[in-house]
Design a protein around this ligand. Structure first.
Ligand code: ACM
Length: 642
């Protein structure tokens, strides 16, 4: 009797602990304030959603109803604001709560029902995104869950964003992603309250937006040769290889995307990247180049066209620039921008300006004549001349001019907005000159970088771990925050060849960036965030969204001991994981040696195999590190990652 009582007590306690830890509230980005009130709300079989009839909320309500029906199988009815009924009440209460502003909301979950209040429709939309995260992960599923208890914990949340600019950049030029895939990208980003999608629409590898007055841009400029291998080292295409890889968005496609994004409270920022990164435009209209022979150029298929060995700017092997000394270039840009400005209602147009090689300009008589005429002293001033003229064209279309931080060199156009990518230095300088800035530094937000060691990930330029991404702070100490519009993460896709991989590169780092641009700075906490991220892995699984599980993988650091012998340190991003290893080529598990101190490889060892465990369960990916690679890193004194 006594024994069975103990057993029951133990089961009850364990179940309770399990329930608590399993139901722990895990909202990303972390709200401004959240109070747990105890108890829970259970979704009934018949749900009523009381909602205002505002036109800009129509699609959001439709999405809400659809998700409830799809995941829970419940019947859902929408009632007007005038009705008193409502399992879920959405209430617009303009200017009732100043502190939450345009995008903030309050969310109250009580046993009797759910209420979301906001000043504006965007706030209700974000309140709904938070609400989903209070329900079981199966709410993300595309089919009805079975035997799910559709409970949400009783809470009171007040929430609003830290920054108005919460962006993700999707490079649809290097690799063309279809209209449906762009929508899929938007569907994922809105769950984490991003409100800006920057589309990188043009580059050396493809021009992706229909410009009716310049048909060659998409007839010729949207296609290259499909190659497989390592980008930048692909073989130069031969004339018999078909140039049919790529695509573009028609103007109707763009209008559809803009509308789709708007209904989800996302603005689309178009980028037309000039004067560098312009090979697709030059191939379409060779007269835009300073360089004779441009008519023989081809849209790039990933073959080497730049020499990066001298740093920035690169030295071009093929002239991928528009010619600042050619009036036809400004006519061309006027035509492009007339149509782009009409297609995209967002008040800003991003005009690139990055990584523009100058070596062909240096050889050009037309550029020399321009320099003399305009009193330009160097190539940076030539680019600055171009950017200032470009700003005027952009402004003549009723838009604001934006560019990467290279537009600072040689003198910034008067009202330009700077996107700081080469670290935060450019952003600081622009802000000190009184310009608006969006922070987007490689050091914290470049989603094209690997998330784990180069031996594990598809090889790219550098590694940026989740923990580092989480340290993203858009406002540098020395800068007045009024100049910082916000932050943005960038997914360049020259080495991203499909949508699943685009997702894998974006998540979970997108979560770290979302929290950095939405949540109050003082609420950021890595340990707490890491726990929440793991809960969101389950949500990604339910939503069938791919993500990189790199946080579970080991981190290798190569160094040398006092005798100059190779020494390998292992660690993990997450606390509480055990690391098991082998040097004998076999696959380690938890019966193998556990890592406790730096390792010296046995004399003839060829590889170190490593796996992480949480308790009794393997959790990281089996990682195979060649000893030669460790030795190489130790010799060059940069011991980690790649
Ligand atoms: C950039 O990453 N070239 C802006």
């Amino acid at each position: 009797m006594k024994k069975s009582f103990k057993l029951i007590l133990c089961v009850l306690l364990c179940t309770n602990v399990f329930c608590q830890s399993n139901n722990k509230i895990a909202i990303i980005p972390e709200p401004v304030s959240i109070t747990s009130n105890g108890g829970h709300f259970s979704l009934p079989k018949n749900i009523t959603v009381q909602a205002p009839a505002n036109a800009d909320l129509k699609e959001a309500i439709h999405l809400l109803v659809d998700k409830l029906k799809t995941a829970t199988g419940a019947s859902v009815m929408v009632t007007p604001s005038s009705s008193t009924a409502g399992t879920i009440k959405l209430i617009l209460n303009k200017s009732a709560n100043d502190v939450i502003g345009k995008e903030g909301y309050t969310l109250t979950v009580m046993p009797t029902g759910i209420t979301i209040k906001a000043n504006e429709s965007a706030g209700l939309f974000y309140g709904i995104q938070t609400l989903w995260q209070l329900f079981p992960k199966e709410i993300e599923s595309k089919s009805a869950g079975k035997n799910i208890k559709w409970d949400a914990p009783c809470v009171t949340i007040t929430d609003y964003p830290r920054f108005a600019w919460r962006g993700l950049m999707f490079d649809v030029s290097r690799h063309f992603f279809t209209k449906e895939q762009v929508k899929q990208y938007i569907d994922a980003m809105i769950k984490y309250k991003f409100n800006l999608l920057h589309l990188h629409l043009t580059d050396d590898e493809g021009w992706r937006v229909e410009i009716k007055s310049l048909p060659n841009l998409t007839k010729v400029g949207a296609y290259n040769v499909k190659k497989v291998g390592y980008f930048g080292t692909f073989s130069t295409p031969t004339p018999d290889e078909p140039r049919n890889y790529g695509g573009f968005y028609t103007q109707d496609d763009i209008r559809e995307l803009v509308q789709y994004a708007k209904a989800r409270f996302v603005n689309i920022l178009p980028e037309i990247d000039v004067p560098g990164h312009s090979l697709a435009a030059v191939v379409s209209y060779p007269e835009l180049s300073c360089t004779p022979g441009a008519e023989n150029y081809h849209v790039r298929s990933g073959e080497e066209i730049m020499d990066w060995s001298h740093g920035q700017p690169p030295v071009a092997l093929v002239d991928n620039t528009l010619c600042p000394a050619n009036e036809k270039v400004y006519d061309f840009l006027d035509k492009v921008l007339t149509e782009v400005a009409q297609l995209f209602p967002f008040p800003y147009i991003h005009m690139g300006g990055d990584e523009c090689p100058k070596n062909y300009w240096e050889k050009s008589d037309a550029i020399k004549a321009l320099m003399q005429k305009e009193g330009l002293k160097n190539m940076e001033e030539v680019q600055s001349y171009f950017e200032k003229r470009l700003e005027k064209i952009v402004e003549s279309k009723g838009k604001k001019f934006m560019g990467w931080d290279e537009i600072l060199e040689g003198g910034l156009a008067p009202d330009a907005i700077v996107m700081s990518w080469r670290g935060i230095k450019g952003g600081i300088e622009a802000a000190k000159q009184g310009h608006q800035v969006v922070m987007s530094p490689t050091t914290f937000v470049y989603l094209d970088y690997m998330q784990a060691d180069a031996v594990m990930e598809p090889r790219v330029y550098a590694t940026l771990r989740l923990k580092t991404a989480y340290q993203f702070e858009p406002v540098p100490d020395s800068v007045d925050s009024k100049f910082i519009m916000g932050g943005q993460a960038n997914l360049w896709t020259e080495q991203v060849y499909n949508m699943r991989h685009a997702e894998y590169m974006t998540w979970p780092r997108g979560l770290a960036i979302a929290e950095s641009v939405w949540s109050p700075k003082e609420k950021k906490n890595w340990d707490d965030f890491a726990g929440r991220v793991e809960k969101h892995f389950d949500r990604f699984d339910a939503a069938e969204t791919k993500y990189d599980p790199a946080v579970y993988d080991p981190i290798f650091k190569a160094g040398k001991d006092a005798n100059g012998q190779l020494q390998i340190e292992l660690s993990t991003e997450l606390d509480g994981l055990d690391i098991y290893y082998s040097f004998d080529n076999s696959f380690p598990d938890s019966f193998y040696p556990k890592y406790t101190q730096p390792l010296t490889p046995p004399k003839d060892a060829v590889q170190l195999k490593v796996i992480t465990y949480r308790g009794n369960n393997p959790i990281g990916r089996m990682t195979v590190m060649p000893i030669k690679e460790m030795q190489r890193r130790a010799d060059r004194k940069k011991g980690d990652d790649e």
